[in-house]
Design a protein around this ligand. Structure first.
Ligand code: ADP
Ligand code: MG
Length: 417
């Protein structure tokens, strides 16, 4: 239940990574709407002309302009140029256009984006929902502990749910769903009542919980997060913010959803890694890592940390990487200006050490890599690999074992600062 652990104990890494495929709010809401969800009308726009046209089609006098980035906390976020708020309720179309001019093309920084922020290329211009009585938090995630889908909800929704989970965990209500029995209406009504809904509203909320569950199941979601889930003065309920995440392993059967990928929102290094079938995640340390096997990659990151360093990335080249992938891996690692040393840690099995060595030498030459490289090769064709490196005439350090390799890479990174 990675998402739940993020929720209980947010870490910058968990928030910055895209292990689970995310789509924009407007795309999530389209899926909700198509499956019985109650969302406000809105139009995604990428130009000011489109915003003007959208405003003319939105019936409420007030219009809401919502920055579309793959991170939450937009309302309380700020733009790079100091402009405050990535979600704005505007009094009329004129104001909406003014706001759109400030947001489009600007970079929004929120609690979840990291300091770099994310560029706003799309705005979702929507109806303003009037008569909001309460804003709740409702999400559906997969709980590792109970091995079942679980609803997490709180009557105190809105923007500060992570904080609430820390300070008042008793205000977080959960409902487990038995996957073989499916979702039960009465249980949903009881859960709605726990969240403060009464009478007809509890029925309406229960029906929406079923919609959320059915989407989560049929679309292979790792998370459906509605924040806020709202109750209106007239007793209706709605989802006015939605974030859907999908299981990467289900990409083969959720082609329509995975086609919605917005590469402009993902670290360009991660996009390149995907192209070369490399398992890569950018982190914020200064020791670049190139490793074969996810387990060894994790252990390498641990050893770097143990020796006082900090990994710049996770990178698993897989069991049968070709030379061109190694070159791509180097291009990605050295594309990060924070990288001050590179540790290549290979356990030769199916992967031959000499292939890696050739790749490393070629990549370092082609890319004219300036940062020091430490290579630890062990296993199949180890000697041939070491010879290639020794004969390359390049300033590549060879390490006899894993531990000394990690230690040296950290020392070199410190020196290179
Ligand atoms: P984020 O969670 O990224 O800050 P939200 O979509 O949740 O963005 O918007 C922030 C707040 O703005 C909501 O909690 C709600 O109070 C208000 N809001 C968002 N959309 C609308 C809407 N269509 N009508 C009225 N208020 C809205
Ligand atoms: Mg929200």
């Amino acid at each position: 239940m990675q998402r739940f652990s993020r929720f209980v104990q947010p870490t910058s890494i968990a928030l910055a990574q895209y292990r689970f495929f995310n789509i924009h709010e407007y795309q999530s809401k389209r899926i909700l709407k198509d499956n019985g969800g109650k969302v406000e009308f809105g139009i995604p726009c990428t130009t000011i002309e489109e915003v003007e046209a959208a405003c003319a089609n939105i019936k409420t006098p007030q219009k809401v302009v919502k920055s579309q980035i793959l991170a939450g906390g937009r309302g309380k976020g700020h733009f790079k140029d100091g402009y405050q708020g990535g979600v704005k309720v505007c009094k009329d179309a004129k104001e909406a256009v003014e706001v759109a001019k400030k947001m489009l093309g600007n970079t929004l920084i929120t609690k979840q984006t990291g300091a770099k922020g994310q560029v706003v290329n799309t705005l979702f211009v929507t109806e303003a929902v009037a008569g909001i009585k309460r804003e709740l938090y409702v999400s559906l995630i997969l709980d590792r502990k109970s091995a079942s889908p679980i609803f997490i909800g709180s009557a105190e929704g809105g923007t500060g749910i992570e904080e609430l989970a820390k300070t008042h965990p008793e205000k977080i209500k959960t409902m487990k769903v038995n996957i073989s029995e499916g979702i039960d209406h009465d249980a949903c009504v009881a859960y709605a009542k726990e969240l403060g809904f009464t009478g007809d509203s509890a029925e309406k909320a229960a029906n929406q919980f079923k919609v959320i569950y059915n989407i989560g199941k049929s679309k292979d979601c790792t998370m459906v997060e509605i924040n806020p889930f709202i109750e209106l003065e007239n007793g209706d309920v709605m989802e006015i913010d939605a974030k859907l995440s999908f299981d990467d392993n289900a990409a083969f059967r959720q082609k329509e959803i995975f086609a919605l990928a917005d590469d402009t929102q993902i670290d360009s290094k991660e996009v390149l890694a995907k192209k070369f079938d490399l398992n890569y995640i950018a982190l914020d340390g200064n020791v670049g890592c190139l490793v074969n096997g996810a387990g060894l990659a994790m252990a390498t990151m641990d050893l770097i940390s143990l020796h006082g360093g900090s990994p710049a990335n996770f990178l698993d080249v897989g069991g049968s990487a070709e030379e061109k992938q190694i070159v791509a891996a180097f291009r990605i690692i050295t594309g990060d200006p924070n990288v001050k040393s590179i540790l290549v840690n290979i356990f030769g099995g199916i992967m031959h050490c000499d292939v890696i060595a050739k790749g490393v030498v070629n990549a370092a030459k082609t890319l004219q890599t300036k940062v020091p490289i430490v290579v630890r090769l062990n296993g199949t064709n180890e000697e041939a690999g070491k010879q290639i490196i020794a004969e390359s005439g390049m300033d590549v350090h060879t390490a006899e074992d894993f531990e000394s390799g990690a230690k040296l890479a950290v020392e070199l990174a410190v020196k290179g600062k």
